[in-house]
Design a protein around this ligand. Structure first.
Ligand code: IPE
Ligand code: IPE
Ligand code: MG
Length: 248
């Protein structure tokens, strides 16, 4: 893998897109693209870990993806179950903590069983966290958080005067996760498709035309290199960031 100069993002989040088109270009069924996509997932875990990234979030299934043909949804669930079963030993060996975001309780039972086992077996690892976004959508996440927040207000565990972004964010799925620094979307689409809308408020975005099954460590390194050249200003001026003693 090429060396990557510059700062390494603490948290990389990826919208893994283009499996279907990859398969179509080869005259293969869409599921074959998803199968190849699973191999890219494996490679990206290794590649991000080797770079020093601490959190990798992968958008694997959106709340909107249930609208796909039932055969494709079923095949995706089968692949997820297969991936978890196959990877659990490697996750433990490599000291990778597995986490999920999304309404995972609505996933098929066989998938939930594998997920629960993998999450439990890796819960004590601290150096690297793989977050799978499964049956995830920002809008449902916000609705769920708002409901929990309203309940906490009604119960008096939060006072109306103390409402803040920080106290609200503690009710999101990502409560104990840092915000993503870099969001990558493959396949040449320029949209966020309901992914981490609030958490990516100050993320840097990299869009690449490469389809997910073709995404390699070199493409990851290029995205991280582009990230390293950005100036993250968080509302301040460039002068303030470059001259720490300038008036603030
Ligand atoms: C991404 O690839 C995988 C999932 C959304 C589950 P797609 O299946 O969306 O591939 P395209 O966009 O049809 O090429
Ligand atoms: C986004 O990809 C969801 C995942 C990568 C899981 P989609 O392919 O579902 O997004 P749209 O429908 O093209 O926006
Ligand atoms: Mg797509």
């Amino acid at each position: 893998m090429p060396t990557t100069p510059g700062p390494i993002p603490h948290h990389v989040a990826i919208i893994m897109d283009g499996n279907g088109r990859w398969a179509k270009q080869r005259g293969l069924p869409r599921i074959e693209g998803h199968r190849r996509g699973v191999e890219t997932v494996r490679n990206m875990i290794d590649a991000t870990k080797a770079m020093g990234v601490r959190y990798l979030t992968l958008y694997a299934f959106s709340v909107e993806n249930w609208k796909r043909p039932p055969a494709e949804v079923g095949a995706l669930m089968g692949l997820l179950e297969y991936f978890l079963k196959r990877e659990i030993a490697a996750l433990v060996r490599d000291k990778i903590r597995l986490r999920t975001i999304g309404r995972t309780h609505e996933l098929p039972e066989a998938v939930r069983r594998q997920l629960d086992a993998a999450v439990a077996a890796t819960a004590h690892f601290t150096d690297y966290t793989l977050v799978l976004a499964l049956n995830y959508g920002s809008r449902t996440e916000v609705v769920d958080a708002a409901r929990a927040y309203a309940a906490a207000l009604a119960a008096g565990t939060i006072q109306a005067d103390d409402t803040s972004w920080e106290s609200f964010a503690r009710h999101l799925n990502t409560a104990d996760l840092p915000d993503p620094d870099l969001v990558i979307r493959t396949s040449g689409e320029y949209r966020v498709s309901n992914f981490l809308l609030l958490q990516a408020a100050y993320a840097e975005f990299v869009f690449t035309p490469v389809l997910w099954p073709d995404f390699r460590p070199a493409e990851l390194a290029a995205a991280v290199e582009a990230y390293g050249k950005r100036e993250r200003r968080f509302g301040q001026t460039s002068e303030q960031l470059n001259k720490p003693d300038a008036p603030r």
